[in-house]
Design a binder for this molecule. Structure first.
Ligand code: DC
Length: 229
């Protein structure tokens, strides 16, 4: 039976760095669900619709085909037959992704894609509602947190390394705006599952975060192997 690790938490909490490292360590598929919302946001942005044009976004869904293709242990997101790249990582596409993700029809549109990949493969899936909505039966649920300042600094460094011009203050403002937007929406708000384990990595480096998460996963794997013996 496939094994699922759900990693939820706010932007910049280090989910994707952790999820990628864990996927490599355990030989599971890494699934970045934020990229799905970002791909829809990109399509809407390219169509010159506002990110708040709910009716226009819903009416556009039949024109959108999103696929996840497996490539070297990672899932790649394809939009209407082409792979999406760093164009989904700009500050503007973060706003589009956050806004489109508030629309129930958009969430429904992406639901089975996420569940199907976890039904067929052992996954490390990161997002906002993985433990609560997408994979409520995941064997491991981790909710990552880190201080606003730490998250903004990580995101700032990431954007600068990609050649995207911005300032730390702008990124901190964006991080706070996005948290509010993601947490206060009515459908699938970005909140921890009741059975999630909290992992605050404000004071941990990447390797220490992997160790902390591995301890949680190893315990679950051990319990599972004990249960089938
Ligand atoms: O993880 P990320 O920053 O790439 O996600 C982009 C946006 O997509 C984020 O602001 C909220 C939304 N999202 C979501 O609603 N549910 C998910 N499972 C993943 C992302």
């Amino acid at each position: 039976m496939p094994f699922s690790v759900a990693i939820d938490g706010p932007s910049g909490s280090g989910k994707s760095t952790l999820a990628k490292a864990l996927a490599k360590k355990y030989g599971f598929i890494y699934v970045d669900t934020g990229a799905l919302y970002r791909a829809i946001g990109l399509y809407i942005q390219n169509k010159c619709l506002m990110s708040t044009d709910v009716d226009g976004i819903i009416a556009s869904l039949p024109e959108i085909r999103i696929e996840m293709r497996l490539n070297d242990g990672q899932s790649e997101v394809w939009l209407n037959g082409s792979p999406v790249g760093d164009e989904i990582r700009t500050p503007m596409s973060s706003i589009y992704a956050s806004d489109v993700s508030k629309i129930p029809q958009v969430r429904q549109f992406l639901l089975s894609l996420q569940r199907d990949i976890a039904a067929a493969n052992s996954v490390i899936m990161d997002g906002r509602d993985i433990g609560t909505v997408i994979l409520p039966d995941a064997q491991v649920k981790i909710f990552m947190t880190a201080s606003d300042e730490k998250r903004a600094l990580r995101r700032y460094n990431e954007l600068i390394s990609k050649g995207i011009k911005t300032t730390y203050d702008e990124v901190l403002k964006d991080v706070k705006w996005r948290d509010e937007n993601d947490r206060n929406r009515t459908v699938a708000p970005a909140v921890p599952a009741p059975d999630a384990v909290f992992l605050d990595n404000s004071g941990l480096d990447a390797a220490e975060t992997v160790d902390a998460a591995s301890a949680i996963i190893d315990k679950a794997l051990k319990e599972l192997s004990g249960a089938v013996e």
